[in-house]
Design a protein around this ligand. Structure first.
Ligand SMILES: *Cc1c(COP(=O)(O)O)cnc(C)c1O
Length: 397
């Protein structure tokens, strides 16, 4: 999708390409390759086959009748990205970019990962396409996410422990960038969300737009019209951007993004840059950033590792600025309550990230008319979160 109204890579005053000179050429090469292959029928048909036969698309648009009945208002539908191979929407992006790496003739894929979900999706896609994957991960995160580290290894990826700084995601990003600058000719840097310098926010949005395109077709077929409201959780913002993008020009469809309210906005223990942040430059993009008065990046907190980020994709900052999408928060407590509701009422264990979007629906569906329709993107499944939920509830496994 192009932005006729903007220069490529800019969403109003947000986005751009704040990258070192040494990466400019690689980013340009990526942008031209992407433009070429996004119009290439051979590439697109290979990608569609992989999404269908490997990733398991299309995912169902499921009418949650028990939840709808209990809330007594809007009719609620779940877009089941939890059923995608790997357990989340991340595969849509990983398989698309890994295929791009392959046709660009790159022999090596690097990525960085915090909670490990993006690392696992990248390792899967790289194994599928026969490309070597090397994943950077802070040693603090490696200790917290031992199972994902071992999954990546089983899938044939090499995991590079990062010992510098806070030994978490931001340090892993620094190391991955250092690697890319050194090995730019052979290496593809596979980013996991709609963040970073242009062209990543555009590429990742387009690859995730398969979610929103399917919602359009499915709601026309199943409901006979477009939904009234579409809700998705926002960390970096890729599942939400992929959900929203095909509906941006349908202004009658309300778009709602839900960020991590953590322990509450007043305490500063949250991850909601769209609500409590200020414009700033972070990791190659101008966007809304959680920062103090001196521009220092603030620490974040969320029970959902995938939402625990101090920045957000620039197109979300833009959609908020122009009032096209609305952004709210759900706290840890509300997310866990929503997680429990979906387990008990629908027999679905959702990811804690996705549970934030479900929490919005639980709060707002009761006041909506009975003939209105809300679609929630269930970005992933919650098997990975069972221990966190038990700990939050004070239960010992
Ligand atoms: C990574 C992740 C997210 C957050 O990433 P976005 O780019 O905001 O989509 C949300 N849900 C799940 C299940 C995830 O794994």
């Amino acid at each position: 999708m192009t932005e006729p109204e903007h220069k490529a890579g800019w969403f109003g005053e947000f986005g751009g390409q704040y990258a070192p000179e040494t990466l400019k050429e690689a980013l340009d090469e990526l942008w031209s390759a992407y433009q070429r292959y996004s119009e290439d029928r051979g590439f697109q048909s290979t990608l569609s086959s992989l999404l269908r036969d490997y990733a398991g698309r299309p995912t169902p648009l499921y009418f949650a009748s028990n939840l709808s009945k209990k809330l007594g208002g809007a009719q609620i539908y779940l877009k089941r990205e939890d059923l995608v191979h790997g357990g989340a929407h991340k595969m849509n992006n990983a398989v698309g970019q890994a295929l791009l790496a392959k046709v660009m003739g790159k022999t090596r894929i690097i990525a960085e990962t915090g909670a490990g979900q993006h690392g696992v999706a990248t390792a899967m896609a790289a194994a599928l396409l026969g490309i070597k994957a090397e994943i950077y991960m802070g040693t603090h995160d490696m200790a917290r996410q031992r199972l994902n580290v071992y999954r990546m290894k089983l899938l044939g990826a090499q995991v590079h422990p990062v010992e510098s700084g806070s030994k978490t995601l931001k340090d892993a990003i620094n190391e991955a960038l250092r690697d890319w600058i050194t090995n730019v000719r052979t290496t593809y840097y596979l980013l996991g969300s709609v963040v970073g310098p242009h062209p990543y926010p555009t590429i990742v949005r387009d690859l995730q737009s398969v979610i929103g395109k399917e919602i359009r077709t499915q709601s026309e077929k199943q409901i006979g019209r477009l939904p009234d409201t579409i809700v998705a959780c926002v960390g970096g913002g890729s599942n939400a951007m992929g959900t929203f993008a095909p509906f941006i020009s349908n202004t009658e469809v309300q778009l709602v993004g839900v960020q991590a309210g953590g322990q509450g906005l007043e305490k500063g223990m949250h991850a909601a840059p769209l609500i409590a942040g200020l414009p700033g430059v972070l990791q190659g993009m101008r966007t809304m950033v959680l920062q103090d008065d001196y521009g220092q990046i603030q620490t974040t907190h969320s029970i959902a590792a995938g939402l625990d980020y101090s920045g957000v994709g620039p197109q979300h900052a833009y959609l908020k600025a122009i009032g096209r999408a609305k952004y709210e928060t759900a706290t840890d407590e509300e997310a866990v309550a929503a997680f429990m509701e979906l387990c008990r009422l629908e027999g679905i264990i959702p990811a804690l990230e996705s549970s934030h979007a479900v929490a919005y629906v639980i709060k707002h569906a009761p006041e909506a008319p009975k003939d209105s329709v809300m679609v929630v993107t269930l970005s992933g499944r919650g098997d990975k979160d069972v221990e966190s939920v038990a700990a939050f509830r004070g239960e010992i496994l």
